[in-house]
Design a protein around this ligand. Structure first.
Ligand code: ADP
Ligand code: MG
Length: 605
């Protein structure tokens, strides 16, 4: 056999690691790696911007439980991919980034796309390396693959200089044996038995116990054990936004509709794979009871004791194994609240009913004539149509959601029955992940051989109009790879809010801005467009029709229902541009961030 080039060796290493898809954008010199990979049967999904492909690779890691691989060019390609690296680190997603770089002999001379990427990325990754020669390529890629995956998942980086990619091995070069390249899944650790006993004892004696299920539990594939725990112990549970579906949302012990009441009243909280960060209000008062005892279960020791956590109660270990240990320790014990202290379930039920009634009312309120749809009404129509085409229990729809109102309101509007089927902007609240995540979901769920009786999954994205704009060109990527995703753009002509609900009034604001009119209005504000404004009713659906997909521009309930049905059945990418209420005059508020207390000077738009 002829000795391999660097490009071939890198591609072979990826194949031998079991990589079946690479997300990336090529250019000189990494195009040679992509070509070799394609020749070896690896799918190469070529994106339009490195941000989107780095996001896609990271969430592919979350969905499959194996590292996602991203290949980009050096310099600007690496800078753009930093977005995905930061997002992967913030969300603990396993991501391996490979990038080309300038010839080693030209370093510091101002070479093509020159960047000292290893120095640049060392603080942002678990591991960044440049193999010095062909002999070290396989080992470097293999170690980077293993390191992003083992322990707490994160990102790693391999820098591949042009001369290395293009060099040819000498005649004496020995190709590594595939079986020596393969990396086994990470070994798992059980929890400290003393802490397991203590946790079981605390749960047993709790008056108001609660289980919080995070995306770490979904990533750990601990759903069978966690369902058993909830079922057996009868403890109410609360999923985080991406922990939804680990236990079906329809479960009677689901406290999502009573989230605030659950956090405020729980006295012992078992946190399975979720950090006590802003999403969980740091585990602190006023959102939580100040005397709550928090049992954190995490794979990462450094996470234990953070904010309201404590080392005395924390358990380091794999969630699946730890929950198994807890099940054994709790044996047949069941939470049986008895009055007068056992008011917890009643408090939850009361609060849930209030919130559910409110949500139902908003959903069922028909859209007045000549008014735009509300988010709640639009989601009700979308959900009803989708559920009638694909029952929730079958789990054949994966939801992707990003934006402000779009994401917030959708979280409770679309119940899930299965884990890892709802992807959102995550811990970093990264806008622009949606289309990359949509492509990744298709790759994770639909390009693997489907076992008998399983259907391909429809990937449905609910995109705010601003969020959509960050990566909108990836619609062409979907068209090219025949990814028949159904994408709703919730179009309120703005970030958080639009500026006007009538075109003529909006045009007037535009004129004032164009004319640099500095006259103030009655509220002492300069006239013209606000910083949150987007073009009035942009026709985003044309991005689908321009590349052979289907586009729908929708204003009414009937149009939305029809577009949803047709879009679900469509075998090409479909964009449904839904005009929704602009929400003028509402505060830019965010329940997660401001602990529910209105801040002084909060913008009102
Ligand atoms: P969420 O966004 O749902 O709150 P986070 O991303 O904050 O979730 O937290 C997920 C946590 O899960 C991380 O701290 C991570 O270390 C942990 N984790 C990931 N995989 C495992 C596992 N197999 N076992 C235990 N903990 C895990
Ligand atoms: Mg918007």
């Amino acid at each position: 056999m002829t000795p391999p080039t660097g490009a071939k060796l890198i591609a072979r290493t990826l194949r031998d690691l079991g990589v079946t898809v690479v997300f990336g954008i090529v250019g000189i010199p990494v195009v040679e790696i992509a070509e070799e990979a394609i020749n070896l049967g690896i799918r190469f999904i070529a994106f339009r911007n490195e941000q989107a492909c780095s996001y896609a690779a990271s969430i592919y890691g979350y969905m499959t439980g194996r590292p996602g691989v991203c290949l980009v060019v050096g310099g600007p390609g690496v800078l753009h991919a930093l977005a995905g690296i930061g997002n992967a680190s913030a969300n603990n997603l396993p991501l391996l980034v490979l990038a080309g770089s300038a010839e080693t002999s030209l370093v510091t001379k101002g070479a093509f796309q020159e960047l000292d990427a290893v120095s640049f990325l060392t603080p942002h990754t678990k591991f960044a390396v440049r193999p010095p020669s062909l002999e070290f390529v396989t080992g470097a890629v293999q170690n980077a693959y293993r390191t992003c995956w083992y322990g707490r998942p994160g990102s790693t980086f391999v820098d591949l200089p042009a001369d290395l990619i293009q060099s040819k091995a000498g005649a004496e070069f020995q190709l590594p044996k595939p079986e020596n390249v393969l990396v086994s899944p990470p070994p798992k650790a059980s929890g400290d038995p003393a802490h397991i006993l203590k946790a079981a004892q605390m749960l047993r004696t709790a008056k108001s116990p609660l289980v919080i299920i995070g995306k770490g539990a979904a990533y750990a594939r601990a759903e069978a054990k966690i369902n058993q725990l909830v079922e057996q112990s009868q403890i109410p549970f609360l999923p985080t936004p991406m922990g939804k579906g680990v236990v079906p949302d329809s479960h009677p012990l689901n406290a999502s509709s009573a989230r605030s009441a659950a956090l405020k009243n729980a006295d012992v909280v078992l946190v399975l794979g979720a950090r006590l960060n802003w999403i969980l209000h740091f585990g602190e008062a006023p959102k939580w009871s100040p005397s709550a005892k928090i049992i954190q279960v995490d794979i990462c020791a450094e996470e234990i004791g953070r904010n309201a956590g404590t080392a005395e109660l924390g358990i380091i270990g794999d969630i699946d194994l730890v929950v198994g240990q807890l099940l054994t320790s709790l044996s047949s014990w069941k939470y049986t609240p008895s009055p007068p202290e056992g008011r917890f379930p009643a408090i939850l039920a009361e609060s849930a009913k209030k919130n559910e009634d409110k949500a139902k009312k908003a959903e069922l309120l028909p859209t007045p004539r000549n008014s735009p749809l509300s988010y709640q009404r639009a989601y009700h129509i979308i959900k009803s149509a989708l559920n009638s085409l694909s029952p929730i229990e079958e789990g054949n729809i994966v939801y992707v959601s990003e934006g402000a109102n779009t994401m917030d309101i959708s979280r409770s509007a679309f119940p899930l029955h299965h884990p890892r089927q709802r992807l959102d902007a995550g811990t970093y609240a990264t806008m622009g992940v949606g289309l990359g995540y949509t492509i990744a979901a298709h790759e994770a769920y639909n390009t693997v051989p489907l076992s008998a009786g399983t259907k391909p999954k429809k990937i449905v994205a609910l995109e705010g109009d601003s969020a959509f704009g960050f990566s909108a060109m990836e619609i062409e990527t979907m068209a090219r790879y025949r990814i028949p995703a159904l994408i709703f753009v919730m179009n309120n002509s703005g970030i958080y809010h639009g500026d006007s609900s009538s075109e003529s009034a909006w045009r007037e604001l535009q004129n004032q801005t164009a004319a640099s009119d500095t006259k103030v209005d009655g509220n002492g504000r300069n006239k013209g467009l606000r910083s949150t404004s987007l073009l009035y009713e942009t026709r985003y659906e044309m991005l689908a029709s321009m590349c052979g997909g289907k586009g729908y521009f929708v204003r009414t309930e009937e149009e939305l229902e029809r577009a949803t049905r047709e879009g679900f059945q469509s075998d090409v990418v479909t964009v449904v541009n839904v005009v929704v209420e602009p929400g003028i005059g509402k505060e830019i508020g965010f329940a997660w961030q401001n602990q529910g207390v209105k801040k002084e000077g909060q913008a009102k738009l």
